[in-house]
Unconditional design. Structure first.
Length: 156
């Protein structure tokens, strides 16, 4: 699980770095407002383009779909998604093991430092999680990681 956690955070950092680099431009406003009425997006073009130069993507077949995709994945949007994913991951891994008033039934993996209590059965204390917390965290991390390209073969 620690490897999955680290891998996912690394992928988020890569997306953030790419999005931050893209905010440097050059970006130009789409030239033909009639193609996409009311669209206020930008299209990134090569380094040779001057500020304010019109973009004319004649070779594009599905220009409306392409421009909508670009708009939905602009750097600011990517950075918001990365920040939200980091918060979600932080919330997921912060989940505590189950503590029960009768400490004999507290999760074996619970610790005083992390969870605020521990199992009082010397034979179980410090053992593997038996409350389901670790499996839930792993499952949720995998769901987020899949959005960054994680597959079952990535496990190996």
């Amino acid at each position: 699980m620690a490897d999955l956690h680290a891998w996912t955070l690394q992928q988020i950092s890569k997306r953030e770095a790419t999005a931050l680099a893209a905010t440097e431009g050059p970006w130009v406003r789409w030239a033909d407002q009639e193609v996409i009425p009311g669209w206020d997006g930008f299209i990134m073009i090569g380094d040779d383009a001057a500020d304010g130069e019109e973009c004319n993507p004649v070779a594009k077949v599905n220009i409306v779909e392409d421009c909508e995709h670009i708009t939905l994945n602009d750097p600011a949007s990517v950075l918001r998604r990365c920040a939200a994913d980091r918060k979600l991951i932080g919330d997921v891994v912060a989940e505590r093991h189950i503590l029960v008033e009768d400490c004999w039934y507290t999760c074996a993996a619970a610790t005083e430092e992390r969870d605020g209590g521990e199992n009082c059965d010397d034979e179980r204390r410090g053992g593997a999680c038996d409350c389901g917390r670790d499996a839930r965290v792993e499952r949720r991390l995998r769901i987020v990681a899949e959005g960054y390209g994680w597959t079952e073969s990535s496990d190996g």
